[in-house]
Design a binder for this molecule. Structure first.
Ligand code: PGA
Length: 260
């Protein structure tokens, strides 16, 4: 990890936890985290109906709350959708954009990802922008091609300042929810490549300041070597974030990795 970029751990709960379960999680998390987590930024992304309970429970605790998705328009006739201003109004400060499950099951494209990044920035939310190759693309040796394309499209026409207001997540699709975590070498290689893309498009300062999270089957036992990589600034954690004890341990591991 790099001292320029404080560590960050994001819990992506996906379609788990009711409002009551969300409140219980925060209570349990509080008991397991020391007062100081060494500057580790903690973000939790509950499902929409649990946002108010999460915002309430996280108040005064240095934990940011994220939406898992947003629409690119601020309002309109879009049944079932939620906008950036609505998330901000509910107390969110982050939003996940372009998760591979959205791309795979809900028709998210590089074009909609870009529109959502802009909408998030307009609503003063920090977009956590997800990119990553599928197993087929990896086997066809297209990793860099895919990552470069997704990165370029997501931030097309934006400024270095815009990028500075975003977080990037490398989430190899073959590693998400499969238990097949990327090796530290694979993760570092992809992160280094993405940082080079940022450098070529937005310049050295923007690249050096960009937080790049790794996501895909992080759990207790594989987190230490991943977080030790110089270009891995933290994690986007799915199933291992559902248990407050496990998530607290992952936060502490990220804080510890930052000190080295
Ligand atoms: P996982 O999910 O940790 O359950 O693999 C990660 C993610 O989808 O962000």
């Amino acid at each position: 990890m790099n001292p320029l970029r404080p560590p960050m751990m994001v819990a992506n709960w996906k379609m788990h936890k009711t409002a009551a379960q969300a409140a219980a999680f925060f209570q349990a998390l509080e008991q397991r985290l020391p007062a100081s987590t060494n500057g580790c930024r903690i973000v939790v992304a509950p499902a929409f109906p649990s946002l108010p309970a999460a915002v309430e429970a996280a108040r005064g605790r240095n934990i940011a709350i994220a939406g898992q998705n947003l629409h690119w328009e601020s309002e309109g006739a879009f049944t079932g959708e939620v906008s950036g201003p609505m998330l901000a109004g509910a107390g969110c400060t982050y939003v996940i954009v372009g998760h591979s499950e959205r791309r795979q099951y809900f028709g998210e494209t590089d074009e909609t990802v870009q529109r959502k990044v802009r909408a998030a920035l307009a609503a003063r939310l920090v977009p956590v922008v997800c990119v990553g190759e599928t197993k087929v693309q990896r086997e066809a040796n297209e990793i860099e091609l895919v990552l470069r394309y997704q990165f370029e499209r997501a931030f097309w026409g934006m400024s270095a300042e815009d990028l500075g207001a975003c977080v990037l997540a490398y989430e190899p699709v073959w590693a998400i929810g499969t238990g097949n975590v990327a090796t530290p070498e694979i993760a570092e290689g992809a992160h280094r490549f993405l940082r080079r893309c940022a450098l070529e498009i937005f310049g050295p300062d923007a690249a050096a300041a960009l937080t790049i999270l790794y996501g895909g089957s992080i759990k207790l036992g594989n987190e230490v070597p991943l977080l030790a990589q110089p270009d891995v600034d933290g994690g986007l954690v799915g199933s291992a974030s559902l248990d407050p004890e496990v998530f607290a341990s992952l936060v502490l591991a990220a804080a510890k990795a930052a000190k080295h």
